[in-house]
Design a binder for this molecule. Structure first.
Ligand SMILES: Nc1ncnc2c1ncn2[C@@H]1O[C@H](COP(=O)(O)OP(=O)(O)OP(=O)(O)O)[C@@H](O)[C@H]1O
Ligand SMILES: O=C(O)c1ccc[n+]([C@@H]2O[C@H](COP(=O)([O-])O)[C@@H](O)[C@H]2O)c1
Length: 189
């Protein structure tokens, strides 16, 4: 059976933290691929500052040199909040031969028991948790832990830097930084 990791997120903007956790989990769990899924609207935080199709485009640029990585538009194609249960239900119907692993940072772990239809969702995917500075990864919930080099980067801090014209060098892939500049994505919002 094919094994696929899913990294859902807002990706406003994508950063090397996203890329590192996806690659580390892919290798640790021998996944065939990782699919990045940008949300239309995040279910439990403020709306993204950038429209979904631009976040999708930044992700495409970010992953272009990893043949095991893909970007999937399933949540962009659906209006409203992007609940993971709805997404995984559709993906499982479409790909019955795939075993799915849903990757989350430690900041998502505490709230996981309150995700929509979580009791069904835990039967549909294996949750994989990775550490994130400032958050606890330990939980009674069924979350498989994968060791990664800890990365203290967030999209929030990068948005701040981009707005203030501060350097994001090495924190955002160079190709993505060029795309952001070309499209003037984070200027004075
Ligand atoms: N530095 C990191 N270490 C571990 N996990 C991370 C890291 N950055 C993001 N993630 C995980 O990647 C997924 C998508 O994250 P998201 O796109 O919301 O980025 P973010 O940096 O958390 O954004 P924001 O600062 O806007 O909340 C989430 O599961 C999140 O926990
Ligand atoms: O389905 C839910 O109830 C739910 C609640 C919070 C977060 N999620 C998913 O978790 C992923 C990371 O969320 P975020 O807020 O960091 O973008 C993203 O794919 C969200 O759709 C899902």
């Amino acid at each position: 059976m094919m094994r696929v990791g899913i990294l859902g997120g807002t990706f406003d903007p994508p950063h090397i933290g996203h890329l590192i956790i996806a690659e580390e989990v892919r290798i640790a769990l021998s996944l065939d691929e990782v699919w990045f899924i940008p949300s239309n609207e995040p279910p439990h935080k403020d709306k993204a500052t950038i429209v979904a199709n631009e976040r999708f485009a930044m992700l495409q640029v970010a992953i272009e040199n990893n043949s095991a990585f893909n970007v999937n538009s399933i949540e962009m194609d659906r209006l409203g909040k992007s609940y993971t249960f709805d997404t995984m239900k559709l993906l499982r119907e479409k790909h019955p031969g795939i075993e799915f692993y849903f990757i989350i940072g430690a900041d998502m772990v505490e709230f996981l028991p309150r995700w929509q239809n979580i009791s069904d969702l835990v039967q549909m995917v294996t949750f994989v948790g990775v550490e994130r500075p400032g958050y606890r990864l330990e939980t009674d919930f069924p979350v498989k832990q994968v060791e990664i080099p800890s990365i203290e980067i967030s999209s929030t801090v990068l948005r701040e830097r981009l707005r203030n014209n501060q350097s994001v060098k090495y924190l955002i892939p160079q190709s993505v930084e060029a795309y952001i500049k070309e499209k003037q994505l984070y200027e004075q919002r």
